[in-house]
Design a protein around this ligand. Structure first.
Ligand SMILES: NC(=O)c1ccc[n+]([C@@H]2O[C@H](COP(=O)([O-])OP(=O)(O)OC[C@H]3O[C@@H](n4cnc5c(N)ncnc54)[C@H](O)[C@@H]3O)[C@@H](O)[C@H]2O)c1
Length: 361
């Protein structure tokens, strides 16, 4: 199969959908790979690395779309790409159709095959192509939170791990899923005292088993949250209720109970946020302050670390890419239920229940 990798043109997107290592794997199975010139630069991969791996470098976006049977991307196509997508072409990328009517209409019109990373689903209900980005965001939440706790950045002026003879910083993590677990590991590693809250007792039992001694698990409820926020230096919002907006566990009036300079990192901001005062921010301007409390609410946190994010994402996507290339999308999705769940639009028809429901009214 001829696989094409366009450069990402969405604002501030530095990831790329395939690494030179991925090219080598695809070539081993007899496929051909074309990469748009400079597509990997933002993630630290030069054209010559792709050339050495056996890919062909193509100068323009138009040519990549015109030649490839399968387009591999990171973000959804944007308006200037809509007309480049061909009938019968397979597109494997994050789409998030429910949040964009123009994109959905354009892909329906194109009669392409749209397989969405975000709906590829394992038998246990987990989303294997979303997990790596949650891992990145969870770890970053502590790195960013620690930074904004510094006084010049309007934080309390606390070093998370403390030093001998001083108290350790206190980190409260709301939600003990993928993001929360990775955040807890990082905070614990820095030497902070960490509290992780979840509503799932099963999850708390698991976390209590695997976490180091400076991580305490507490049931998530209003009283426990209200008590913990008074003490916390850094609070990470990492709650998810699948298919729903995140619940506001920290309301505006609760900010008054926190000490000035407390830092809030609401990772769940892409689902509306679990802190009422959070509004999406960008890497250019990541924080704002309300009632002396620093809010960090960047909706695409992994975008700041494209090298790690690209490797993490492509580690997860490559096995599926190989199946699609080796068998063709029809056979691959027939034989692999995980991939089948990724099918969103096929030949001008919405085939994913969730996406169809989002456009039903
Ligand atoms: N901002 C970003 O760049 C970025 C990147 C990746 C993920 N995210 C977002 O981070 C959020 C968390 O993702 P995840 O992969 O960790 O999800 P997950 O499903 O693995 O974990 C969510 C956890 O929240 C828990 N939970 C639900 N209600 C709760 C409550 N009231 N109190 C405490 N815990 C509660 C669940 O039991 C679950 O353990 C999602 O909204 C996701 O979209 C954001």
């Amino acid at each position: 199969m001829l696989i094409g990798v366009p450069a990402e043109i969405k604002n501030n997107e530095n990831r790329v959908a395939l690494t030179p290592a991925g090219v080598v794997e695809l070539l081993r199975f007899g496929h051909q790979v074309i990469i748009q010139s400079n597509a990997g630069v933002g993630s630290g991969f030069e054209d010559k690395e792709y050339l050495n791996a056996g890919a062909e470098i193509i100068p323009t976006l138009q040519e990549v779309y015109a030649k490839a049977e399968m387009i591999l991307k990171v973000k959804e196509p944007i308006a200037q790409e809509y007309d480049l997508v061909k009938e019968g072409q397979l597109l494997f990328t994050y789409f998030h159709f429910a949040s964009s009517v123009p994109l959905t209409k354009a892909m329906l019109k194109s009669k392409a095959i749209c397989l969405a990373y975000e709906t590829v689903e394992s038998a246990d209900g987990s989303l294997p192509l979303l997990v790596p980005m949650s891992e990145v965001a969870g770890r970053m939440a502590i790195q960013e939170g620690a930074k904004y706790l510094e006084k010049p950045l309007k934080g309390k002026g606390i070093l998370l791990g403390g030093v001998p003879g001083t108290p350790r910083g206190k980190v409260l993590i709301l939600g003990g899923g993928v993001v929360g677990t990775q955040a807890a590991k990082m905070a614990a590693g820095l030497g902070a005292n960490v509290v992780i809250m979840d509503i799932s007792l099963k999850r708390l039992r698991y976390l209590a088993d695997i976490m180091p001694a400076n991580v305490t698990t507490i049931m998530s409820n209003q009283l426990n949250i209200e008590q913990s926020i008074k003490e916390a230096d850094l609070i990470v919002g990492a709650v998810l209720i699948p298919g729903a907006k995140a619940p506001h566990l920290i309301k505006r009036d609760m900010l008054k109970k926190m000490r000035p300079g407390t830092v809030l990192v609401d990772v769940a901001v892409d689902q509306g946020g679990c802190i009422e005062t959070c509004q999406p921010t960008t890497h250019e301007n990541p924080t704002f302050i309300i009632d002396d409390i620093v809010h960090y609410c960047v909706a695409n946190m992994p975008g700041a670390v494209p090298y790690t994010s690209t490797l993490a994402l492509t580690n997860a996507t490559l096995p599926y890419v190989l199946q699609l290339a080796n068998k063709g999308w029809e056979k691959a999705t027939e034989e692999n239920i995980e991939l089948k769940k990724g099918l969103n639009i096929v030949n001008g028809i919405i085939v994913h229940k969730g996406v169809a429901e989002a456009f039903a009214s």
